[in-house]
Write a protein that binds this ligand. Structure first.
Ligand SMILES: C[S@@+](CC[C@H](N)C(=O)[O-])C[C@H]1O[C@@H](n2cnc3c(N)ncnc32)[C@H](O)[C@@H]1O
Length: 242
């Protein structure tokens, strides 16, 4: 980010924060259906560091949220917080904890994002900043979990083939049997050459039961892949050809 843009964001931060907390109050003013939660994740709005948004397609993220809600998750782990849109959804679903990780420093967003869970919820939102590929970062996640297993893991960080494969291999062991692991941008037809999740997805489909949530067959980009973790745990893809 340019020095000017950063300075301008800093100056406007108090206004952005006031607006965002007002929006959060509106969101919390009534019990929300899952469809409403998804709609808030897409249209919460705001500016600067306090903007809340998800870049998911509504029908895809709604189907994923329904699948996650069906397993009544206690703990959700997410790689790729960005503007907190999906974290808002997970915070409405998890009964105990959402751990959301991103490369970017989340200190300004923390006061807002940590208040995402609806009134009366016992869920805590924990934001971790760091590189998911760093072994010491994985240890921090393990420390936060303190031996507990995750019900749902959402991998939406590094989209390169090597990056998403490393995230899957490094974090799959945290997910309980019967739990879920989802990936964003599984379609082969992607607008960015660095979106290479489909390489991993093709291999994973051979190893465990999966579902695909895709809005239109011929769309460019997006697509969510959901893996149902078998009793023996999420399988490695090492040695599995495409
Ligand atoms: C597509 S965005 C996540 C969107 C978010 N899940 C949503 O839909 O609301 C991807 C995020 O992953 C983060 N990211 C990329 N590589 C990462 C890595 N190695 N470790 C942690 N976060 C990473 C980026 O900084 C970016 O904010």
């Amino acid at each position: 980010m340019s020095v000017f843009k950063n300075l301008s964001r800093r100056v406007r931060q108090p206004f952005h924060a006031r607006y965002a907390f007002r929006r959060l109050q509106e969101y919390h003013a009534a019990p929300r259906s899952l469809a409403e939660v998804v709609d808030w994740a897409m249209h919460f709005g705001g500016g600067g560091w306090m903007r809340v948004k998800t870049l998911q397609l509504p029908s895809e993220i709604t189907r994923l949220a329904e699948a996650v809600a069906a397993i009544k998750p206690r703990i959700i782990l997410e790689i790729g917080t960005a503007s907190g849109g999906t974290a808002l959804i997970w915070a409405a679903l998890a009964s105990e904890r959402v751990i959301s990780c991103d490369l970017i420093d989340m200190s300004r967003q923390r006061p807002l994002f940590s208040r995402f869970p609806p009134p009366g919820s016992s869920c805590r939102v924990i934001l971790l900043s760091g590189n998911s590929h760093d072994p010491s970062f994985r240890e921090r996640v393990a420390g936060e979990l303190a031996g507990y297993q995750v019900d749902f893991l959402f991998i939406d960080g590094d989209h390169t083939e090597a990056g998403v494969t490393a995230d899957y291999e490094d974090y799959r062991g945290f997910v309980r049997p019967g739990g879920l692991i989802a990936f964003h941008d599984i379609l082969e037809n992607q607008p960015l050459p660095t979106n290479q999740v489909y390489h991993l997805w093709k291999r994973l489909k051979q190893r465990a039961p999966t579902e695909e949530f895709v809005t239109e067959g011929n769309q460019s980009g997006f697509g969510i892949g959901l893996l149902h973790v078998p009793e023996q745990g999420a399988p490695t893809v090492a040695g599995v050809p495409e």
